[in-house]
Design a protein around this ligand. Structure first.
Ligand code: S3P
Length: 438
């Protein structure tokens, strides 16, 4: 019962400053790079969520010493060949596709078979998309129904590959970059645009990775890394977590919010571009560069007039984790919004396109949904008066948080199950909500 949250009042207007948790993609990448580095790497503001803790547990299993407390994390790496592989180890990726897929790239040379498992949601997800290219390097990978559990056994004689990444998946691209860093010769990747944190960290660390960008694709050349330097890092806040509060403020009455120190990497800010086109009032302040990543404070004011969008698919990968929350803005907009080529949403922690549509329907919003698109018939006067129950969505953290924002901005009486799901990406979410509700 305690895993259920009930909301029956809309949020009152607020004017506050918040800090959201550290970026999940950067936290997991920092752990993986530091585990391959020679020496001591220290991070502040690491996201202490289940996905990230699973990554720490994973590198510990590979013989890496990690010191973790509430303030910082230190990883004592032994270099690119420094794992102490034991026989029959099992790595539990829990809910994290990023951990499960990226770590396979660094296990490309494991001398022993390693089993990778995950929770119910992750076990249903497609791991064949990354097993295929990694097998071409020379690894032996066995999957259950294209997913988890899987086993991976590496090879000493790895071959560099040519890889076309055509889904816009940063996880697949990054995993192949990690494998390329362990492989003699040139690995060549042509990748549809997706978040580029791995490439930026490689550049910052001076690793042999070259990137050429054109309009739709990035061309990446990766060579073997003989050495990796330790990386001291202060993880900026996660825009994917900030997005819930950006939408909360956009939809709330007469409110204002300052979100400090957020990563605004251009491959991640599709949510801002889309919401601004819809009439949201969002500004960046104090823009700065931190070790290759762009950071800013974000100021949001409520919007009185929101309009529908025919969203360009070019923005899809930049907003891939934010569509559910963007759909709420479409629900309040004048006109019919159209989002296309977003079939990848159904490959996430839950089939999010289906779930997004279901939530909107429960709210009284008409949608027309296919396997890869959604039309949302917005209603600027939408006020919910009925009871809404959200359950059985594979404990998807973003479904939970989107539902909370909907309840606080559209009204109605909501019962939202699986509160614990926020532990995967944003354990502090409800504390920040409670601070704004006060
Ligand atoms: C991520 C990439 C995206 C995203 C996920 C994090 C990453 O997944 O949805 O939350 O850190 O590389 P895909 O690569 O499957 O699109």
């Amino acid at each position: 019962m305690s895993n259920l949250i009930k909301i029956k009042n809309k949020i009152n207007s607020f004017d506050k400053t918040i800090i959201v948790s550290g970026d999940k993609s950067l936290s997991i990448r920092w752990i993986l790079f530091s585990s391959l580095a020679k020496g001591k790497s220290k991070a502040f503001n690491l996201l202490l969520s289940d996905d990230v803790l699973a990554a720490i547990k994973a590198v510990r299993k590979l013989g890496i010493k990690v010191k973790l407390n509430k303030k910082y994390c230190i990883i004592f790496g032994n270099g690119p060949n420094g794992f102490k592989y034991k026989k029959n180890i099992i790595i539990d990726s829990k809910n994290s596709g990023t951990l499960g897929r990226l770590i396979m790239g660094i296990l490309i040379d494991t001398p022993h078979k390693i089993k990778i498992i995950g929770d119910k949601s992750l076990s249903k997800r497609d791991f064949n998309r990354i097993a295929e290219p990694l097998k071409k390097f020379g690894a032996k990978i066995k999957l259950k129904n294209k997913g988890l559990p899987l086993t991976i056994k590496g090879s000493k004689n790895l071959n560099p590959i040519k890889y076309l990444e055509n889904k816009g998946s940063a996880q697949c691209k990054s995993s192949v970059i990690f494998a390329g860093l362990k492989t003699e010769g040139k690995t060549l990747i042509k990748a549809k645009k997706s978040r580029d944190h791995t490439e930026l960290l490689c550049k910052h660390l001076g690793l042999p990775v070259k990137v050429k960008k054109n309009k739709n694709y990035d061309f990446i050349e990766v060579k073997k890394a003989k050495k990796i330097k330790p990386l001291n890092y202060k993880i900026p806040s996660d825009i994917s977590s900030g997005a819930f509060f950006i939408v909360l403020t956009t939809l709330a009455d007469n409110s204002k919010l300052l979100i400090k120190n957020v990563n605004i990497n251009s491959s991640r800010i599709g949510v801002i571009t889309i919401l601004k086109k819809m009439g949201a009032n969002i500004k960046f302040k104090n823009k700065r560069n931190y070790k290759g990543e762009a950071i800013a404070d974000i100021i949001v004011n409520s919007s009185k007039k929101l309009k529908a969008i025919n969203c360009s698919s070019k923005l899809n990968s930049q907003a891939i984790d934010e569509f559910l929350i963007i759909f709420l803005v479409a629900a309040k907009s004048r006109g019919v919004s159209y989002f296309k080529d977003i079939g990848e949403l159904n490959q996430k922690e839950s089939p999010r396109l289906k779930w997004g549509s279901k939530i909107l329907n429960k709210m009284g919003i008409k949608t027309i949904t296919t396997d890869s698109s959604i039309k949302i018939f917005g209603n600027p006067n939408l006020t919910i008066k009925k009871n809404i129950i959200i359950n059985e969505y594979l404990k998807d953290h973003r479904v939970f948080m989107t539902s909370v924002i909907a309840a606080l901005t559209f009204g109605g009486t909501w019962k939202i199950h699986d509160k614990d799901s926020i532990k995967t990406s944003f354990p502090n979410f409800l504390n920040i909500i409670n601070n704004l509700v006060k």
